[in-house]
Design a protein. Sequence first.
Length: 233
Amino acid sequence: MVLRGLTSALIRPFFATYVQVSGMHRPFAPLPLDAPTFTAPGLLPHRVLLIGDGLAMGFGVMSYGLALPGHLARSLSELTGRGAVVDVVAEEDIDARSLADRFEAAPRARYDAVVLMFGVTDAIQLTSLEVWRRGVRSFVDRAAGVGTPVVLVALPPIRRLPSIKGFAAGVIQRHAALFNRELLRISKQSSWATYLPFNPPSEQDPERHRSSKTYQAWAALIVPALAQVLGNN
């Protein structure tokens, strides 16, 4: 473990330069322009907070109704027979160091559950496992402190993300696997956290220009676990 940490520390400066020049920082992709929330109408609506980095931001579509929040709300409503409101706090620079503070800034008491979908930014930056572990644990502890259950969505297989290519994909994939093992460990240590493996099919969309169909497929993988968490609380 010490050797692995030392190796990551040694290659991190080189890797950051590689990422900058390798084309992984792409030109503009559309993003939602409306308010970061979506409501599926119905009685006694569940209120859910989606918090994350790039995967949660809605690249490729111009409204949150077409992005992951909209599909989560509609799918959850269909499954539970109740309304659903999904708010989103998503920025590309949300990482382990800022995660708990972003949650602290949200109106936490209003939410019935939180979906955490982040980690790719930290994997790309080769954030140390210890820093990442502290950030996620602090987040889960703060959610538990206000009685809000958390669904910890695993990082997807990196090679299925068309925006991450070549040499970088293998390095990032190995780092992401460490993060996922830690998410699972944290979920076993907290009655407020549920780990959700996330293995979507390979994206057919060009780089970050994801389609609403892709977000719909992602929501279908997340909603059953989310509904179970809501049913237990």
